[in-house]
Design a protein around this ligand. Structure first.
Ligand code: C2E
Ligand code: CA
Ligand code: CA
Length: 732
């Protein structure tokens, strides 16, 4: 701060001190030197005048002529004062003696009278030069000027620097305070909460912007200085609720530090108020609009208990409610739980996409709600699993009616975004307390009944029966055994010849799996393949069959091919093509000699993915056969969707040949269609000569069945591969 008065003052002070030092010291030196010289000269003049008086008094001769003598008398020992010149005058003022050299100017002179017996007879004048004193004064002046300058600089610099430091520190503090104030203001006006601060007299000191945004009080009403009472009255008036402000104030003040009171405003907003008394007696209150937070919490609470898609109670809520109802169940009352599952819901998702699947679930939920009474509970447990609780009404007869209505109404066609969707419903029913007293136990039994309804083909309902449990246990035991069998290698592949109708030669052999169970002996595929499919064990088992069959076929004559069954679960594993290639490579078998048999289920359950895999397999040169043709819903439809190499007409149509007319009609139609499409037809389960003769005359290409050979171990099949020709001719 260059121009500040303090700084100027310090500068002036330093200058004054310097000037004083530079002037006073030499002046003093001069004055003192002058006085000293003058005093000495005065003394010497008087001394020598006295000596001359003495001389004149004793000799009383013509002293005026005794120059030599006078000169001796006035001789002074050499002193520090420098040379002096002495002149003696007689009473008439005539120069009697002039002793000493002339002294340099400026000259200082002192005169003393020569008095003898009371009469002045002459005078003595002593002269000395002041030049030495002046030179000394000059030196001193120079030194003191230097000293003065140094003092000035020091006096100016040092205190000013200290001053500057102090001033700078002060400025900083001021600036910090200003910044802090600004920050405080910014924080205050940007905080999410409204804030009001009251002093010890309960007068408003600070109120921030957010407060106004939250309460929007009439302009000019909430201003600093108003009392808490007035303030609350305004806040209440804004809220539209004229609650006594004094009581509110009482409550606010009485509340412990940090106390929260949530109020809801007239417009529905939720405001959380936190007040904190201050140590000096004041009060800080913060106001936060927690409407959204409340709504989010409410939403989360709802989501935790209700299914987001259908808005039905979820599994947790369902179990809670069932538990509560069971607790209050009277002796005479019973409770029905229906476990409801949609049949092949996955197909809807896979073929029409998840958005339509979701819409279907919503529509299903709506129809279910429509089927029950208001006191009953419909819940979505997950996916396409639903559950219904029919609360006690004293009329348990209603349960089958409800189940039948659900199957009928929920199973009716849906119109979704231009698609007609049909989905079946399976229901398992358990009754409490007969079938269980805890929600878990009842639900488990309802699920067992559902499982039964599903295995019975779906689209139906089943009540829980004790033996379902036993069957389930047996299934579980089988699953355990099956896992062990995979590890221990208890499987064997049998082969059944497929004979060319025209040549009577074995065209191919079908690989059929056998399980040598350690206790139960040989177990057939119908018993364990479904369990292997459900558990996924079919994947490693299927791979093993593929490897075994290819290795075996590699030893057979080149014209004999091998057929291997694939189940839908293997298509889901996504690893199928790789493992087929692997089996062919390991066995060094020409892909043209491998035929894979699939059923409609593969195409039904896996839709697009399955077709892609089938094309990949076919591109490798492998043949694809459609197995069990005629048992599914749309066998003919699938014939158009994929270029099958072969169709295997299901045993059920062959069994009734030749007597049953409609079976014959089907065989005829399939053979006709296939030959026009260039597809080979194979008839399965040929047991009699009559059946064979009929099939041959209808133009069927290949036959397979006990008539020719049952499935046999590999060791027995190899010798047969050339043998069958005579036999076919014979039956023909
Ligand atoms: P499938 O593919 O239709 O196999 C033909 C079934 O008919 C075989 O039953 C065979 O033993 C039986 N059979 C053959 N000729 C006759 C006959 O003249 N009369 C009668 N009544 N039956 C005959 P099997 O071996 O019990 O196999 C049953 C099913 O298990 C097979 O039906 C097939 O779907 C499945 N399967 C067998 N092995 C495998 C396998 O390795 N993998 C897969 N995924 N499934 C397999
Ligand atoms: Ca087959
Ligand atoms: Ca078959």
């Amino acid at each position: 701060m260059p121009g500040s008065p303090l700084r100027k003052f310090v500068g002036a002070l330093a200058l004054a001190v310097a000037v004083v030092v530079a002037l006073v010291v030499p002046a003093g030196y001069f004055v003192l030197g002058y006085h000293d010289r003058a005093a000495t000269l005065d003394f010497e003049a008087h001394l020598n005048a006295a000596r001359v008086s003495q001389y004149i008094y004793t000799h009383n001769v013509l002293w005026q002529y005794q120059q030599l003598r006078l000169s001796e008398i006035v001789q002074l020992p050499a002193g520090g004062g420098g040379p002096i010149r002495q002149k003696i005058y007689d009473a008439d003022g005539r120069l009697v003696l002039d002793d000493g050299d002339a002294v340099a100017a400026p000259v200082l002179s002192r005169k003393a009278s020569i008095v003898v017996s009371g009469a002045t007879v002459g005078s003595l004048v002593a002269e000395a030069s002041l030049r030495g004193t002046l030179i000394g004064t000059g030196f001193v002046a120079i030194l003191s000027s230097i000293l003065g300058l140094v003092m000035y600089l020091a006096a100016r610099m040092l205190p000013l620097r200290a001053l500057d430091g102090a001033v700078a520190a002060l400025t900083h503090t001021q600036r910090d305070l200003a910044t802090q104030n600004r920050r405080f203001d910014a924080a205050l006006s940007n905080m999410a909460q409204g804030l009001c601060l009251f002093d010890a007299d309960h007068r408003l000191v600070i109120v921030n912007r957010r407060f106004f945004e939250i309460f929007n009080p009439p302009p000019g009403t909430v201003v600093t200085g108003i009392t808490l009472e007035r303030f609350l009255a305004i806040a209440r008036a804004v809220d539209g609720d004229p609650v006594a402000a004094a009581a509110e104030q009482q409550r606010l003040l009485a509340e412990p530090a940090g106390g929260t009171a949530v109020t809801s405003l007239a417009d529905g907003r939720c405001i959380s108020i936190v007040n904190r008394p201050m140590s000096g007696g004041g009060l800080v209150a913060t106001f936060e609009d927690i409407t959204e937070q409340r709504m989010a919490e409410e939403r989360i609470r709802h989501l935790a208990h209700f299914d987001a898609l259908t808005d039905l109670p979820n599994r947790v809520t369902f179990y809670e409610r069932v538990g509560t109802i069971l607790k209050h169940l009277r002796r005479s009352e019973s409770l029905a739980i229906l476990s409801v599952d949609l049949d092949h819901f996955k197909n809807v998702n896979d073929t029409l996409g998840h958005p339509i699947g979701d819409r279907l679930l919503k529509a299903v939920a709506d129809r279910m709600r429509g089927c029950v009474r208001s006191e009953d509970i419909v819940a979505r447990l997950g996916g396409d699993e639903f559950a219904i609780v029919q609360v006690p009404s004293g009329q348990p007869v209603g349960v089958p009616t409800l189940a039948a209505r659900l199957i009928e109404l929920v199973g009716a066609p849906y119109e979704l975004e231009g698609h007609q969707v049909v989905v079946g419903v399976s229901i398992g029913i358990a009754i409490a307390p007969a079938d269980g007293r805890e929600p878990d136990a009842i639900m488990k039994n309802a699920d067992l009944a559902l499982y039964r309804a599903k295995t019975d083909g779906g689209g139906t309902y089943r009540f829980y029966e004790l033996e379902m449990d036993a069957r389930m246990q047996a299934r579980r035991a089988l699953e355990l055994d099956l896992r062990k069998a995979v590890v221990k290698g208890e499987f064997e592949v049998f082969y059944q010849p497929i004979v060319d109708v025209k040549t009577g030669r074995v065209k191919s052999c079908e690989a059929l799996l056998r399980w040598h169970h350690p206790e139960r002996g040989m177990v057939g595929p119908p018993e364990f393949i479904p369990v292997a499919e459900e558990t996924g064990l079919i994947v490693p088992i299927g791979e093993w069959v593929l490897r075994r069959a290819c290795a075996e076929a590699a030893r057979w004559p080149k014209q004999v091919t091998i057929s291997v069954n694939l189940s839908p679960a293997q298509f889901k594993s996504r690893n199928l093509v790789r493992s087929v290639e692997d089996a062919l490579e390991k066995a060094d078998l020409d892909p043209g000699r491998l035929e894979l048999e699939i059923t409609e289920l593969v195409l039904l359950e896996e839709a697009d993915g399955a077709f892609a895999v089938l094309h990949q397999l076919r591109d490798l040169g492998i043949k694809i056969a459609m197995d069990d043709f005629g048992t599914g819903y749309s066998s003919l439809g699938y014939l158009r969707s994929f270029p099958f190499d072969k169709i295997k007409i299901d045993q059920s149509f062959i069994r009734d040949l030749p007597a049953k007319e409609d079976s014959l009609a089907i065989v005829r139609a399939v053979v006709g269609l296939s030959s026009s499409l260039g597809i080979t037809t194979t008839a399965e389960g040929v047991e009699t000569k009559e059946q064979f003769a009929r099939l041959a005359s209808e133009g069927c290409n290949e036959v397979q069945g006990f008539l020719f050979s049952p499935p046999r171990p590999a060791s027995e099949i190899e010798p047969m591969l050339g043998e069958l020709a005579p036999r076919t001719e014979e039956v023909a």
